[in-house]
Design a protein around this ligand. Sequence first.
Ligand SMILES: NC(=O)c1ccc[n+]([C@@H]2O[C@H](COP(=O)([O-])OP(=O)(O)OC[C@H]3O[C@@H](n4cnc5c(N)ncnc54)[C@H](OP(=O)(O)O)[C@@H]3O)[C@@H](O)[C@H]2O)c1
Length: 340
Amino acid sequence: MGYRVVVVGATGNVGREMLNILAERQFPADEVVVLASRKSMGTEVSFGDTTLTTKDLDTFDFTGYDIAFFAVGSDATKKYAPVAAKQGCVVIDNSSLYRYDPDVPLVVPEVNPEAVEGYTKKNIIANPNCSTAQMVVALKPLHDRAKIKRVVVSTYQSVSGSGKDAIDELWNQTKGVYVPGQEVAPKAYPKQIAFNVIPHIDVFMDSGDTKEEWKMVAETKKIVDPSIKVTATCVRVPVFVGHSESINVEFEDFLDEDEARDILREAPGCMVIDKREDGGYVTPIECVGDFATFISRIRQDSTIDNGLNMWVVSDNLRKGAALNAVQIAETLGARCLKKG
Ligand SMILES: NC(=O)c1ccc[n+]([C@@H]2O[C@H](COP(=O)([O-])OP(=O)(O)OC[C@H]3O[C@@H](n4cnc5c(N)ncnc54)[C@H](OP(=O)(O)O)[C@@H]3O)[C@@H](O)[C@H]2O)c1
């Protein structure tokens, strides 16, 4: 006997990837229902070898369903997630709405799987920001060995992190640069993204940081350790899928680069590709469709006593969203929500 599962936002980037991953990992589902806005009613989406027909979220009754993966924006989540939770369905939410709520666990299963057990307070579990998820998978095993004091991270984030309209904008703007009369003005972003980079993701805060940068700080503290100091600069780049991060870590204890490499080779969810030769590292194109968080360019930072640099790349629609959500459901199933 398996679970009755709902995917909310099934026509979006994350929702579609969620369906791929549920099928690939053979998640024990007896039934999968797909929901989106009314305008998408009847739209067909792929689930393994079959197709499912999208229903309207607004009129759906979650009673009797076990797990709802929410992959809609915060506004729709605010309206519908509490309804689903109240109707007895555990919500695993991809938006940022509940991530900082002390009554909602924020979970990366390789890092803090035990936290899922706190889901009962609101019947909701939050999935972290895409940039945080891949970073903490790489940081946690190193923190366990040498205790991280401070992290300086710069991100190179793909446009799929901003939804399907942003993917279209990069595609059409890139073509438009070459075809007179077909130029595409920026809409999803404040400046042209084709052939450009934009040091601005989410809204500006009073501190001068953007909300995306603040999320990486707050979420790392909640998931790994509140004592870790993080400073981030988040940048959008003209890449379709795959976020990259340049991460500088300062530890309390000395950690040799070879030992760090060995620790990460053994760590759950991590894949070390680190050869000091042409192409001996991973780029975003190579991580697309993969489950792993790839770590390259591991090296000592000789400007401080206990420092390391590394390059971390992962598929933002997978580890940064859909895969992590499905792993949360698997963890929930193993620890709390037994079936059969
Ligand atoms: N992309 C990433 O890397 C990433 C990573 C982590 C978290 N997230 C979060 O995941 C969520 C989804 O992101 P996405 O990239 O998949 O966005 P997207 O491609 O723009 O898709 C949005 C989905 O939400 C549905 N939707 C929007 N408003 C709705 C409403 N009022 N009622 C019902 N359905 C509604 C859309 O349905 P229609 O097609 O009918 O409009 C579509 O299925 C967001 O909260 C995002 O912040 C994304």
